[in-house]
Design a protein around this ligand. Structure first.
Ligand code: ADP
Ligand code: MG
Length: 139
């Protein structure tokens, strides 16, 4: 079993969807082994999304990610990186498969409700960005 980083983004936190999204995660046999609500600084958002710094949407993305609190989580489960990406659905909610988090709750390609790491290597880096090992409770 391995772990991935999940973020419930500001649009979803604002619309009271933390519980609904956590229910989808838990019903799909993924375990939340760490979770906290935080407000990113602009510097945090820019560092977290550094891979996208040359994209046209980068400034807007960073502004959106600091527009309200987010919930950061560590999820554990079988093939968790790819299984959570499947549960999230495509980046653009209008292209996301039915019954995915983004198809149900995403508002736009930017305000798409959740983040999930895209590889095992990035999961490790992203988990360390937000959590110390003492805050993670997977056995
Ligand atoms: P994903 O979150 O599916 O891995 P990306 O890593 O490509 O997608 O993009 C990171 C985030 O940047 C997306 O989740 C979304 O919030 C935002 N984003 C991506 N593409 C666009 C776009 N074309 N316009 C506005 N925002 C975008
Ligand atoms: Mg990505």
């Amino acid at each position: 079993m391995n772990t991935t980083l999940s973020i419930i983004k500001p649009d979803a936190v604002k619309r009271n969807l933390i519980g609904e999204i956590n229910t989808m995660i838990e019903k799909n046999k993924m375990k939340i082994v760490a979770q906290k609500m935080i407000l990113l600084s602009i510097n945090d958002a820019q560092r977290f999304y550094d891979v996208h710094k040359d994209r046209a949407f980068f400034d807007d993305l960073c502004k959106y990610m600091i527009s309200g609190p987010i919930v950061v989580q560590v999820l554990k489960g079988k093939d968790i990186v790819s299984n959570y990406r499947k549960l999230m659905g495509a980046t653009n909610p209008s292209n996301a498969d039915e019954n995915t988090i983004r198809s149900k709750y995403g508002l736009s390609v930017e305000e798409n409700s959740v983040h999930g790491s895209d590889s095992k290597e990035n999961a490790k880096i992203e988990i360390q960005f937000f959590f110390s090992s003492k805050e993670i409770f997977g056995d």
